[in-house]
Design a protein around this ligand. Structure first.
Ligand code: HEM
Length: 401
């Protein structure tokens, strides 16, 4: 189990923290208090994500899940055959072409955000760029007002900011009860918000994702209101927080290796590869969760049917069996088969959007500003979440090119 100090250090020393995590307790750990299992090696996390018949995403089938968790169920927590149907329905509204067509708007938003700070010579990458950008983009995609983003942030924070320490320090009943209260309150507010949007779009469809989700059909079947509400909620929360942290983590990585900023300013074509290395080196989504559908033998241990297993993506991405010199941050690393977006049937639907936003935001930042340096007087503080890795703030100084 991760030592709390390693957990705090993971943002600054991710390789050391996650290697310690992977090697300290063996490849499989049973956390008796919290009643879940953990796996750390690349092949095991890959297996968890790939073998959906043995490792289910739907905890409600196995655990005595409170009603709030069931209400929060989305595509992410659904198994085939329903997952296949949901995925093909939402994919109709979330096509690569639709995402690619957003590039000019993403560039425009980035320029606007940088225009606000250009005269200051300093900015907070999180507050001024990496938080507002994805939230404006997803708001526009969904068709909800971007001005409501302070409220979206509060809801997102409430849904994901449970501390790992807390998760392991208390028993599963207490943890579930705390989560239950937070989720009940947050989901009630979120669903009330989106119910109004849905009612408006039913009366008057627009060119937005909510209208497309209402219109989507497969074999004559449409999505239920509960499924649309859960999907909008997932997009608003999972889609924002992770992309914010990808951009924040990129700045931390580049700041630690200032030569990469010069290299990227000269060779912007290296940026997509550099972003993949950031995804590996400081994975914004730390883990994925599954439930065993039968007894499973793993590294000499028997994991009984119906148990929750956490697969540490962040640890798998430093596995030396898969990545030569995993400790090196190498923007030319190839191949780079990181698991930052998961794998298999639940592979991140928003990966093309996250990659596009990060590429555009970082390329415009490097194009307009130079000598971007993190303010080292202010210690980097990690956000408090058991699932997400990223800096709370990232103050930098810069010169205009
Ligand atoms: C699934 C990570 C951005 C929407 C996932 C999964 C991971 C992940 C690891 C798989 C979870 C599992 O297998 O249990 C990330 C990271 C992102 C990011 C690291 C940014 C750097 C986004 C964005 C959106 C999005 C921008 C949408 C706007 C989704 C959806 C799923 C998903 C809908 C569920 C897919 C399914 O179950 O079929 N993401 N994500 N993600 N992600 Fe992302």
């Amino acid at each position: 189990m991760m030592n709390p100090r390693d957990y705090l250090n993971q943002l600054l020393y991710p390789y050391a923290s996650f290697t310690a995590l992977r090697t300290a307790s063996g490849p499989v750990v049973h956390n008796e208090k919290a009643r879940f299992w953990e796996v750390f090696e690349y092949d095991d996390v890959l297996m968890l994500a790939s073998e959906h018949e043995t490792f289910s995403s739907d905890g409600s089938k196995f655990a005595d899940h409170p009603e709030e968790f069931i209400k929060a169920q989305s595509i992410l927590t659904t198994d085939p055959p329903r997952h296949r149907q949901l995925r093909s329905l939402v994919s109709q509204a979330f096509t690569p072409r639709a995402i690619a067509s957003m590039a000019p708007r993403i560039a425009e938003i980035t320029h606007d955000l940088l225009d606000h700070v250009v005269g200051q010579g300093s900015m907070d990458i999180i507050t001024d760029l990496s938080y507002p950008l994805p939230v404006i983009v997803i708001s526009e995609l969904l068709g909800v007002p971007a001005e409501d983003r302070a409220q979206f942030k509060r809801w997102s924070d409430d849904m994901v900011f449970s501390e790992y320490d807390e998760l392991t320090a208390i028993n599963v009943e207490e943890y579930n009860e705390r989560m239950r209260q937070v989720i009940r309150r947050t989901l009630d507010e979120l669903y009330d918000y989106f119910r109004i949007v849905l009612a408006e779009r039913r009366l008057q469809p627009c060119q937005d994702l909510v209208s497309e989700l209402l219109a989507a059909r497969i074999e004559g079947q449409s999505l239920s209101e509960a499924e649309i509400l859960a999907f909008c909620t997932l997009l608003l929360i999972a889609g924002n927080i992770t992309t914010t942290n990808l951009i924040g983590n990129a700045l931390l990585c580049f700041d630690e290796h200032p030569e990469t900023m010069d290299q990227l300013a000269e060779r912007p074509d290296l940026l997509p590869q550099a972003i993949e290395e950031v995804l590996r080196y400081r994975s914004p989504a730390l883990l994925l969760a599954r439930y065993t559908t039968r007894d499973v033998e793993l590294h000499g241990q028997t994991i009984p049917c119906g148990q929750m297993i956490l697969g540490w993506i962040a640890s798998a991405n430093f596995d030396p069996q898969q990545f030569p010199h995993p400790e090196a941050f190498d923007i030319t690393r190839s191949p780079n088969r990181h698991l930052a977006f998961g794998h298999g049937i639940h592979f991140c639907l928003g990966a093309p959007l996250a990659r596009l936003e990060a590429k555009i935001a970082l390329s415009i930042l490097l194009e307009r500003f130079q000598q971007i340096r993190r303010n080292r007087e202010q210690p980097v503080e990690t956000i408090h979440s058991a699932f997400i890795l990223g800096p709370k703030h990232c103050p930098v100084t810069f010169k205009v090119r």
